[in-house]
Design a binder for this molecule. Structure first.
Ligand SMILES: C[S@@+](CC[C@H](N)C(=O)[O-])C[C@H]1O[C@@H](n2cnc3c(N)ncnc32)[C@H](O)[C@@H]1O
Length: 223
């Protein structure tokens, strides 16, 4: 992403996020970037998967906050996390360096690993504390894999700005990349998005949302 396209803004829990001028969208909720990510992806996603080895797809990496919080959560459990981050438009390192997640999360020891995740090349494997990280620097449209994901963080920009990423076809492609009983979590709870997820054969749950949002969505693949 061109640096001038990206602006840094503060959300209500003090954590910073980015605003993308071309998409005219924030990377997180204004009500709190860390609060939203903790609720939607960690508490309603990661913590609900009861497996020794969890294959995770993060769509997309953006600021890396989902990855950082997943890594920190993973350190508390003996599970092995295989983390696959998808990103078509990586953010410049000088912007990443201005984010305040490491400070707010008291994770100074992890700054180097956080930066390494951002610096890493396409499919380069990083490893720390049973957390295996690989970045897929491709567009979703070109993303192919044999991996069966147990957990998907569906974190594209909103359907108002990226309608092409919230279609039945996209959810069907995701469904086919998932293991049995795998779950997909997203911050979005729009009616037509839920209908598209359902049409792709997922079982849907509407859950209470993060601060400032009434609802979020979790979808389970039951074959
Ligand atoms: C809402 S932001 C992600 C927020 C991110 N999880 C974070 O914590 O910052 C959406 C992300 O999806 C990426 N993206 C948008 N369209 C994409 C596509 N077609 N393929 C892959 N990634 C895409 C964007 O570049 C952006 O980083």
């Amino acid at each position: 992403v061109q640096p001038e396209q990206i602006e840094i803004i503060k959300t209500h829990d003090e954590s910073l996020t980015l605003f993308h001028h071309q998409f005219k969208e924030r990377y997180h909720s204004i009500h709190g970037a860390i609060a939203e990510t903790m609720h939607v992806f960690i508490n309603m996603g990661l913590k609900k998967v009861d497996k020794d080895v969890i294959n995770i797809l993060d769509f997309g990496l953006g600021t890396g906050l989902n990855a950082l919080l997943t890594y920190l959560e993973g350190k508390k459990s003996p599970q092995t996390l295989n983390y696959h981050a998808l990103e078509a438009y990586p953010i410049e390192m000088d912007k990443i360096a201005q984010l305040n997640y490491i400070e707010l999360l008291n994770a100074e020891n992890e700054r180097e690993f956080f930066n390494a995740m951002h610096h890493s090349n396409h499919l380069e494997l990083l490893q720390k504390n049973q957390f295996n990280f690989a970045k897929h620097l491709v567009k979703w449209e070109d993303f192919e894999t044999d991996i069966k994901f147990d957990l998907i963080y569906f974190d594209a920009f909103a359907p108002t700005v990226q309608p092409e990423l919230w279609t039945i076809e996209v959810f069907e492609k995701l469904y086919n990349m998932m293991s049995d009983e795998a779950i997909l979590v997203t911050y979005c709870a729009k009616g037509y998005v839920k209908r598209n997820i359902k049409a792709a054969k997922f079982i849907l749950e509407s859950l209470s949302g993060p601060p400032g949002k009434r609802e979020m969505t979790r979808a389970v693949k039951i074959t």
